[in-house]
Design a protein around this ligand. Structure first.
Ligand SMILES: [Zn+2]
Length: 137
């Protein structure tokens, strides 16, 4: 998948893009980083290669690309799709979200629903994330 990055003013457009990209790559978990630029008042969506050895059941994003994104934008969530099962965070997802202290956003191809998991330790702008979540939960 291309590592394309795009800006959005509307959260609904981000959701639509995530949904259609997940549909177009339905054999693997797709992943993306969602951020925000205060200066521009725009949301940013960057699709990332899933570098997990088992991309149908797990996902992994390049740590270098993750750090670079976090330097450019305020992080809102790390996104991935679920090929099978529902939109709930798996035990593995919860562990990873807790480790990086950033919300995980999930879309299930099965249930057609989004879910948002916020970790106990929050190393992100809580108000920004609440505003983002209000638009789709
Ligand atoms: Zn997952």
């Amino acid at each position: 998948m291309d590592n394309k990055i795009a800006s959005y003013s509307r959260i609904s457009d981000i959701l639509r893009c995530l949904e259609s990209t997940a549909d177009n790559h339905s054999s693997i978990e797709i992943c993306a980083l969602i951020g925000y630029s205060q200066e521009e008042n725009l949301y940013y969506l960057s699709f990332e290669n899933n570098i997990s050895p088992d991309p149908r059941n797990f996902f992994c994003i390049s740590p270098a690309r993750y750090l670079k994104f976090k330097q450019s934008y305020k992080i809102i969530a790390i996104f991935h799709s679920h090929v099978s099962g529902d939109e709930k965070a798996s035990p593995f997802d919860i562990k990873m979200a807790e480790n990086c202290c950033v919300p995980f956003m999930i879309f299930s191809l099965n249930s057609r629903k989004f879910n948002f998991y916020e970790p106990q330790n929050k190393e992100y702008d809580v108000n920004l994330v609440s505003r983002f979540k209000e638009n789709f939960l």
